[in-house]
Unconditional design. Structure first.
Length: 150
């Protein structure tokens, strides 16, 4: 039976059970790769560039707080922040990227899908209110009729 990890930064190797650091990519005992859910640097950068104003890149990285980008998307501020983040993501050192986002736990795609669904419902309700607000008035055609001289 493997020994207990010494602290919260220690995990077990999936293959041999040796205690290793939670950011270690390779097990020193069996040389097995430990990265279960790596996040692509290119995908995160492109998501930040094209859909960053909605926080999609943060959901991709497993960060729930992308919801704040989504909630403030009307202001344009998240788009500017996401543009800076896109440049930072695309120009980051590979080793730094791997240590920061290479071992992302879980995903926040559920929050992203629910948020987009709520946005769709909100847009439909606003459109229904705008369409239903214009009363149907009968058109008065009496001015268009020409009088016939008798």
């Amino acid at each position: 039976m493997p020994s207990q990890p010494t602290d919260a930064t220690q995990v077990y190797c999936r293959y041999c059970g040796t205690s290793i650091g939670h950011l270690d990519n390779l097990c020193p005992a069996c040389n097995a790769e430990q990265n279960l859910k790596p996040r692509s640097q290119l995908v995160a950068g492109l998501l930040a560039l094209f859909l960053g104003g909605l926080g999609v890149h943060r959901f991709y990285l497993g960060q729930w707080w992308g919801i704040f980008y989504f909630l403030l998307c009307w202001s344009g501020v998240p788009m500017l922040i996401a543009l800076v983040e896109a440049v930072a993501f695309l120009t980051a050192d590979k080793q730094h990227w791997k240590s920061r986002y290479g071992h992302t736990d879980g995903s926040s795609w559920f929050i992203a899908i629910v948020s987009l669904g709520l946005l769709f419902i909100f847009i439909v309700l606003i459109a229904a209110a705008l369409i239903g607000d214009t009363p149907a008035t009968p058109t008065d055609f009496s001015e268009l009729l020409l009088e016939r001289p008798d």
